[in-house]
Design a protein around this ligand. Structure first.
Ligand code: PMP
Length: 281
């Protein structure tokens, strides 16, 4: 496997990072995952804009424009021309003595590589999800590599046979541990508004655009766990998740939502997404 680390392409085994890298020490860094379909990036600019936003929010100075050529090369280096996959980008604040505050001088560490992902067949599945308390920090809009809470919450779900979590803060549903959450009620689509409590998902945005383009009403407002029993459809969105139907939403062992068939609006949006992502064929 070939990876791009700080300006050079290397075999993964030869790519080394300092034990004093703040990404390793503090999780002081960001990441981004950009999908490609048949070797062509999808919504790359949106992903890079989100990365730029995060870097600005945590004061990492890094010129993002140069990344474009590296991203294209990443697909070739992974032998994925004509295939589906994603590029992983990680930028940390770099190497410095272990002091919490930002070092006066440090050079960002930059890692980029592409990997294969199965991006088809999502429209044939339906998953069970677990309601968990969202105990992450209050800057979920920053795509930080500090994912301890997400990892622990999702582990709880997977350990108990669930695919994902539906997270709630004080009873208000925010998103998944690694996906955005949508609801459909009376043919109206609902999702939590952007802000500091969710990641501004790129697939979330694409899905909202698809709703608008297809005259499906979309309201960006939070739903509470008490409202789960009133919805007709639940689905998750994400770069690798795409648009995934939810079969049940379980809280304390009780299904608050259950739907064996993939809902009508979910199906429409899935087909629309396939139309957008497969436009190159
Ligand atoms: N929320 C969280 C917490 C995530 O980790 C992800 C996956 N990156 C998403 C939402 C979905 O975002 P995107 O559609 O940009 O992949």
């Amino acid at each position: 496997k070939r990876v791009f680390l700080n300006g050079e392409w290397k075999n993964a085994e030869e790519a080394k990072i300092s034990v004093f890298d703040r990404g390793f020490v503090f999780g002081d860094g960001l990441y981004e995952v950009i999908p490609f379909y048949n070797g062509k990036f999808f919504l790359k600019e949106d992903h890079l804009n989100r990365l730029s936003y995060g870097l600005k929010e945590i004061n990492i100075e890094f010129e993002i424009d140069g990344i474009n050529d590296v991203l294209l090369k990443a697909i070739r280096e992974a032998d994925l021309d004509g295939s589906d996959g994603a590029a992983y980008i990680q930028v940390t604040r770099g190497v410095a003595p272990r002091i919490h505050s930002y070092p006066s001088e440090s050079k960002p560490t930059v890692l980029i590589y592409a990997f294969p992902v199965v991006l088809e067949g999502f429209e044939e599945k339906s998953v069970d999800v677990l309601v968990s308390e969202d105990y992450r920090w209050h800057r979920c809009d920053i795509k930080s590599t500090s994912l301890v809470a997400n990892v622990a919450m999702n582990n709880e779900a997977v350990k108990n046979g669930f695919h994902e979590n539906v997270l709630h803060r004080n009873g208000v549903i925010t998103e998944g541990s690694h996906s955005s959450v949508f609801f459909v009620r009376n043919k109206v689509v609902y999702t939590h508004p952007n802000g500091k409590f969710i990641l501004p998902g790129i697939t979330r945005k694409a899905t909202i655009d698809l709703c608008r383009a297809n005259n499906i009403q979309i309201i960006e407002t939070p739903l509470s766990i008490d409202q789960l029993s009133t919805v007709d459809e639940v689905f998750l969105t994400g770069t690798t998740t795409q648009i995934l139907a939810v079969r049940s939403v379980v809280m304390n062992g009780v299904a608050r939502f259950k739907q064996n068939q993939i809902g009508e609006i979910t199906r429409i949006l899935q087909q629309e997404l396939i139309g957008k992502t497969r436009r190159y064929i």
